[in-house]
Design a protein around this ligand. Structure first.
Ligand code: PAZ
Length: 310
């Protein structure tokens, strides 16, 4: 019998640049596997669910992409190579430090006798220099691969292709699934081709449940990898219970639970053995300490233990 996730792939076409991305993933994984490196696949940002085939409107999932982008930088610091699978236009590693007008505000223009040069303002050099240095080391060393998705269906195709390439790493592969993936979708056969016309009245839209990819991921795509998922809730009273339910159902290694309102200050690591809270003080937050630094350090400690025991 065909499973629900197989049916999803059978009824959704891959994104148009799928084969190019698959080649990039394969080249990246083969190169780093030969060097016996550890690798992390980070998913980041929210998926969209189109309401029209020629999409004007869509249902979106909340996520700025900060968790994934910040974590990518910390994993690189720990010598992991990184596949960064993220929602197009959500935050990216390194550039996230200069979003909005921030970068332009750091620059000066000088014009003398027809020659124009642009320089970094002296008081911005200390801010720009360490980020630029880390960015160049990661890019020029070929240590990070950026792959983008927009829709839920793009995400499905690219996640599976990433896993197929990651398999060669066995236990050295870590999956850090921070993307906010929609739980609901509309089957393609029920989506209109053209923009929904308001003159026809308010549309009634029937959403269906999205099949959970953690099941095939753990059981067959990357059965040897260290898999970490995230759980976002808005009701504190169900947070840990939901994390534990996911862990018991999919049998992966770790669920990191967070509340929408406090996700920058506090997370709870739920494993089969225990629940451990990581929290920042107000002072740490004011001093620019990021919780992703501790999250990544703790995830890597768990990955170390897993590698030793296997
Ligand atoms: O992207 P961001 O930094 O704004 O938020 C991160 C997050 C809350 C989306 C992430 O930590 C998370 O919980 N992702 C899983 C969401 C889910 O339960 O589907």
């Amino acid at each position: 019998m065909t499973s629900r996730w197989e049916e999803f792939y059978a009824t959704h076409l891959p994104p148009s640049d799928f084969e190019d991305n698959r080649s990039l993933l394969k080249e990246f994984c083969d190169r780093h596997n030969k060097l016996a490196k550890r690798i992390v696949l980070i998913t980041s940002g929210g998926t969209t669910v189109p309401l029209e085939h020629n999409t004007v409107r869509f249902v979106d999932n909340f996520s700025a992409g900060n968790r994934g982008a910040a974590s990518a930088e910390y994993f690189l610091d720990h010598d992991y190579c990184v596949i960064f699978l993220y929602r197009q236009k959500s935050l990216e590693p390194f550039t996230r430090h200069f979003s909005g007008q921030r970068l332009l505000d750091m620059l000066d223009i000088h014009s003398t006798s027809g020659n124009t040069t642009i320089s970094v303002k002296p008081d911005s050099v200390d801010i720009l220099e360490p980020v630029l240095e880390n960015y160049k080391a990661a890019r020029e060393g070929g240590k990070i691969l950026y792959i983008t998705f927009t829709t839920l269906s793009d995400y499905f195709w690219l996640l599976r292709a990433s896993c197929e390439c990651l398999r060669v790493f066995k236990e050295r592969a870590l999956l850090y699934l921070a993307a906010a993936v929609s739980d609901f979708y509309i089957p393609p056969s029920e989506i209109p081709t053209h923009k929904i016309q308001s003159s026809l009245g308010g549309p009634s839209i029937q959403l269906q449940l999205v099949p959970k990819l953690l099941a095939p991921l753990v059981d067959s795509w990357v059965p040897h990898a260290f898999i970490v998922s995230f759980k976002l809730e808005t009701d504190e009273s169900i947070l840990i219970q939901k994390g534990r339910e996911a862990l018991n159902r999919y049998k992966h290694k770790l669920v990191i639970c967070n509340m929408l309102q406090s996700r920058r200050q506090r997370v709870v690591f739920v494993s089969l053995e225990n629940s451990i809270e990581i929290a920042l003080t107000k002072e740490q937050l004011l001093n620019g300490i990021e919780i992703e630094d501790s999250i990544v350090e703790n995830v890597i400690a768990n990955h170390d233990q897993f590698l030793t025991s296997s």
